[in-house]
Design a protein around this ligand. Structure first.
Ligand code: EAX
Length: 357
């Protein structure tokens, strides 16, 4: 709205003390000129003020760790487009992709202190803020995508968004990252024995770290924006992420092997800053929930697409993909990781998740 900006700038000038208007008069200045200038100034001032009240335009920043073309990037675009649409242009925004504003832990902290507006993140570091969310990170808990989506779209998902809201964050909607698989630069992984001693980057997540130690790897927690370089320089041998992230981040440039272990389902969640949302009306807050729902739907559609096309894409880019894996021995070894959550919070939530059809 350029005209409004111009009106605002122009309106400021006559209102500021101006020696040529209000001070000593120059020879070619007449009293009626002064009056007219004041009238025009007041008129432009009123115009600018009413324009800014009518628009109250706000531009928000949405952060995430992946590329703009990723499933998060697509979700971010969908969020911003829906928000602009339902708010009639009152809220617009831009994405800060690729960890420009830090790793997922940093960005969650940014929401809490109000330096960031909206974030799409995995649950990787979220358990550090909202421990109940660890229940979703347990290995071999979700049977398949239908199961995971039914849990997140049902009562358990709603309750966990509520827990998020109790921790200086606003949980807008569950989105998706996908089932995670192991990649590495050393060897094909077919059995847990192949993980032995492998230096594997994990998210900063106690449940995941425990699961991988139990399965025989040497887990190294690290923020996502450091990962590509760490793989490239051999600081770690491997990592684990869904096909969505492996393709979006071109991990084939630094990893030769991928095994479809599907060891854990990785939700994503769309979070907002209470600093932003608490200052809004109910109607305005509703727009953010609508935007988040549109975003999650767009992201899940892209996850579906890559679940179908991803393996071929990985192979085309030179990765050796092991698709046929007996998951039972991995699951048996990973089982003690459940205690990281259940020792403190009990088994009730886990059993409820398992019971969802
Ligand atoms: O959320 O840190 C990770 O491995 C995540 O899967 C990634 O940042 C996307």
């Amino acid at each position: 709205m350029k005209w409004a900006e111009n009106a605002r700038t122009e309106a400021h000038q006559p209102l500021e003390p101006n020696p040529h208007v209000c001070g000593e008069k120059t020879t070619n200045s007449y009293p009626w000129e002064d009056n007219m200038k004041h009238t025009i100034a007041a008129f432009i001032g009123t115009l600018a003020l009413s324009a800014s009240i009518a628009q109250a335009e706000q531009s928000i920043v949405l952060g995430h760790t992946l590329s703009p073309a990723s499933h998060y990037g697509i979700g971010a675009d969908a969020f911003l487009a829906k928000l602009a649409e339902v708010s009639g242009g009152e809220f617009t925004g831009t994405q800060a992709p690729a960890g420009q504003l830090g790793g997922e832990r940093d960005m969650i902290e940014g929401l809490q202190i109000g330096s960031l507006d909206v974030v799409i993140t995995s649950t990787g570091p979220l358990g550090n803020f909202v421990p109940e969310v660890y229940a979703l990170d347990l290995p071999f808990l979700f049977r398949d995508y239908d199961h995971a989506r039914a849990v997140l779209d049902g009562d358990v998902g709603q309750e966990l968004l509520g827990k998020i809201n109790d921790n200086q964050l606003v949980g807008l909607a569950w989105s998706e990252n996908g089932f995670r698989h192991v990649t590495n630069s050393q060897r094909p992984v077919l059995t847990p024995a192949d993980l032995d001693g492998l230096k594997l980057r994990t998210m900063e997540n106690r449940v995941h770290m425990e699961a991988f130690s139990q399965m025989g790897a040497a887990p190294t927690p690290m923020a996502f924006p450091e990962l590509f370089t760490a793989l490239q320089q051999g600081v770690v041998d491997g990592q684990e992420n869904p096909v969505t992230v492996i393709t979006a981040s071109k991990f084939w440039e630094v990893q030769g092997h991928v095994s479809l272990t599907g060891h854990v389902y990785s939700p994503a969640v769309i979070l907002a800053s209470p600093t932003l949302l608490d200052g809004l009306t109910d109607e305005q807050r509703g727009w953010f929930y609508e935007a988040a729902a549109a975003s999650a739907a767009a992201t899940r559609a892209e996850v579906n697409r890559l679940e179908d096309a991803g393996v071929a894409l990985l192979r085309e880019n030179g990765m050796e993909v092991i698709t046929d894996i007996d998951k039972a021995p991995f699951a048996a070894l990973a089982q003690p990781a459940y205690a990281v959550y259940t020792d403190e919070y009990g088994t009730e939530l886990v059993e409820r998740i398992q019971a969802v059809q």
